[in-house]
Design a protein around this ligand. Structure first.
Ligand code: ADP
Length: 490
């Protein structure tokens, strides 16, 4: 049996700010279901402790070189059998809200020490330096917050195998050299082949340079991050490590995202009972204050409102989009300028565009259930989840053909339509013009009910299960630990 320590800074439903939270909440239970002995380890944020329910104090651990003692609190990820350890050290983690940002919206000033502490604890548990008689064969780390773990373990004589997964290369955990000194990190790690990046310490480089194997969350993103356009200056290192880099697509939680049983929907439906989707559209139009019209295509957009998501393209195209026979339901928050610009458009065109600023899981489900199409013009997208939810909900995705969007949405061009393989609309150029033309193509197809239904049904019948992704990870673990049991692997 593979024993895996899965290190993360968020895990749904205890803490989630984005795709990493979803992965950490779903992959470990899927691995457990395949027979792995997996423990998730994450900071004991205030809100995570509140959501966790009953916690058992597993042990206290004196953290090497940091002069502090932390406690490990054990529970299971709610609704699953996967164990999770919460690293309890109140001065670092007992804070409300977002795990990375303070109330002013800026990163906590002590993020370097906070996540260095997490890394030291993970490394200690990986090396069996606590009273617990448990040693993982694999330490699976995720994003910059756990990037120091592979670096620390690489200095040990017989470390477990390490995997580092990049969920988003744009966030790197960069701190001044003084932080490197203050953290008392081994000096041998300070080199351009190690943690140093243009005079700063880069936590993500700890993962990229030292892990035994690297993964990212889609095959296309794995290629893209090796190019200057997507590599943030790390593309050279990633090209160097190309032989150890694999793209494995994320799955979706198909119990939470199931149009056949979604408690947030007015009416349940499936590809066999598609008529019932229309009632969700009607309910969404009512909820958003849009006029009821079955024939007007309704486009949904749910997103963090940040540059990555191509919101500027949507805003630039909006005057022309509003001239098309369309309605929009937009949900998101983030950049204040984007929030204001969207709200202004909505105030001027309340019968065409409904905008809700905020984070609202219920409305997110209702938009997926009620909209006809889903717009996702991301500049880059490591995997993306909303296009996968959209496929499952028969809400045809219109996407910029990058990263995971390129790997999961098949464009309705003439050939794919004829072959019955099309699942959405894709566009290549990162311009408002290309976005407008893609939406125009979607609207034209919507007017052809037979062709449209075929696209919808083909999308709904795709499978993006965590079981499939977990089998790929299991296969990878097996290749790193020769005597591991991988009988369940692909
Ligand atoms: P990212 O991780 O870059 O934000 P993903 O598409 O991988 O993008 O995952 C985003 C997740 O967050 C999805 O589950 C999406 O539904 C959810 N989400 C994003 N913004 C909102 C919002 N304003 N309200 C509700 N859910 C949101």
């Amino acid at each position: 049996m593979n024993s895996i320590l899965f290190a993360t800074s968020e895990a749904y439903p205890l803490m989630k700010t984005g795709g990493l939270g979803d992965v950490a909440g779903s992959l470990p239970p899927a691995l457990k279901a395949l027979g792995c002995d997996v423990r998730v380890i994450m900071p004991a944020y205030r809100d995570a402790v509140a959501r966790a329910g009953r916690l058992k104090r597993l042990l206290d651990l004196r953290v090497p070189t940091m002069d502090v003692t932390v406690s490990l609190l054990e529970t299971t990820l709610p609704g699953t059998r996967a164990k999770i350890w919460l690293v309890d050290y109140p001065p670092a983690y007992d804070r409300p809200g977002n795990p990375y940002l303070g109330p002013d919206g800026h990163p906590w000033p002590d993020n370097g020490p906070r996540f260095a502490l997490l890394a030291r604890v993970v490394a200690a548990m990986a090396l069996e330096q606590s009273r617990l008689a448990w040693r993982p064969q694999i330490v699976h780390c995720n994003d910059w917050q756990t990037g120091l773990v592979p670096a620390l373990l690489a200095l040990e004589p017989r470390p477990p195998a390490t995997i580092f997964t990049v969920h988003n290369l744009a966030y790197q955990g960069m701190f001044p050299y003084e932080t490197f000194l203050a953290l008392r990190l081994p000096h041998s790690l300070w080199s351009s082949d190690g943690l140093e990046f243009h005079g700063h310490v880069s936590f993500i480089k700890g993962g990229l340079a030292y892990a035994d194997h690297l993964t990212t969350v889609s095959p296309t993103y794995a290629n893209e991050i090796q190019t200057p356009a997507f590599g943030y200056g790390l593309d050279g290192l990633l090209r160097h490590r190309a032989g150890d880099l694999t793209g494995i697509l994320n799955g979706i939680n198909d119990r939470v995202w199931n149009p056949g049983a979604d408690p947030h929907l007015t009416s349940h439906y499936s590809w066999r009972r598609l008529e019932a989707k229309a009632e969700n559209k009607r309910a969404l139009q009512r909820e958003c204050g849009l006029p009821h019209s079955a024939d007007t295509p309704l486009i949904g957009l749910i997103s963090r409102l940040v540059d990555q998501k191509g919101i500027d393209l949507v805003l630039a195209a909006m005057p022309r989009l509003l001239k098309m026979p369309l309605q929009f339901a937009v949900l998101g928050n983030g950049n204040r300028d984007y929030e204001r610009a969207l709200t202004r458009f909505a105030a001027r065109h309340p019968d065409r565009l409904a905008v809700r600023i905020g984070y609202d899981e219920t409305l997110a489900h209702r938009i997926e259930g009620g909209a006809d199409m889903f717009l996702m013009p991301s500049r880059f997208e490591p995997c993306g989840l909303n296009q996968l939810y959209s496929l499952r909900y028969g809400t045809v995705p219109i996407v910029h053909r990058v990263g995971g969007l390129a790997d999961t949405v098949i464009d309705a061009d003439v050939a794919q339509l004829a072959a019955g393989k099309a699942t959405g609309i894709t566009f290549d150029d990162e311009t408002p013009k290309a976005l407008l033309s893609a939406v125009g193509r979607a609207v034209a197809l919507f007017q052809e009910p037979a062709a449209w239904k075929r696209i919808v049904v083909t999308g709904m019948r795709q499978s993006f299960s965590w079981r499939t992704s977990a089998k790929h990870y299991l296969h990878l673990y097996g290749s790193l630990v020769p005597d591991a049991d991988t009988t369940e692997a692909v």
